[in-house]
Design a protein around this ligand. Structure first.
Ligand code: DAT
Ligand code: MG
Length: 151
């Protein structure tokens, strides 16, 4: 697997429900590297751009009002195979179908309140990080744990 980056976002329900620490912990403990982190009130145009592939869906207006209904936590995570691994940690889109042990499986009950977003491909990971973070908001660093995570 390659070193990739994924855009992970704690949605407004996750923030309002006090799940920020719990959700960040799961990616941190797995061994991925945090490169960007901010609490952010998402404007409507950014939400629409982020979810533009879903703009023809009947649930699109509700999705946009949900994502803009309160602050989100924007994160950029890097690591070997992070995109697919983060999707596994997050679980299925419908939290009732998400496996126990996943974030959605453990912490949510409804598709429209599924607490977290994760990029679905390495290309979208890079695209979404560029969309949500400005120049200077990302930090390159080497965690001391790296040699204890990868041979
Ligand atoms: P995911 O977030 O698992 O990548 P997605 O990209 O297909 O799922 O959809 C993005 C979000 O849109 C999803 O997290 C919740 C919402 N959504 C998707 N399908 C939906 C549906 N059938 N009804 C209501 N909301 C839906
Ligand atoms: Mg998606």
């Amino acid at each position: 697997a390659e070193v990739e980056e994924s855009y992970i976002m704690i949605k407004p329900d996750g923030v309002q429900r006090g799940l920020v620490g719990e959700i960040i912990s799961r990616f941190e403990k797995k061994g991925f590297k945090l490169k960007g982190l901010k609490l952010f009130q998402c404007p409507k145009d950014l939400a629409e751009e982020h979810y533009k592939d879903l703009s023809s869906k009947p649930f699109f207006p509700k999705l946009i009002s949900y994502i803009t209904s309160g602050p989100v936590v924007c994160m950029a995570w890097e690591g070997v195979g992070v995109v697919a691994s983060a999707r596994k940690l997050i679980g299925a889109t419908n939290p009732l179908q998400a496996e126990p042990g996943t974030i959605r499986g453990d912490l949510a009950v409804q598709t429209g309140r599924n607490v977290v977003h994760g990029s679905d491909s390495p290309e979208n990971g890079t695209r979404e990080i560029a969309l949500w973070f400005k120049e200077g908001e990302l930090t390159e660093w080497t965690p001391v744990q790296t040699p204890w995570l990868v041979e």
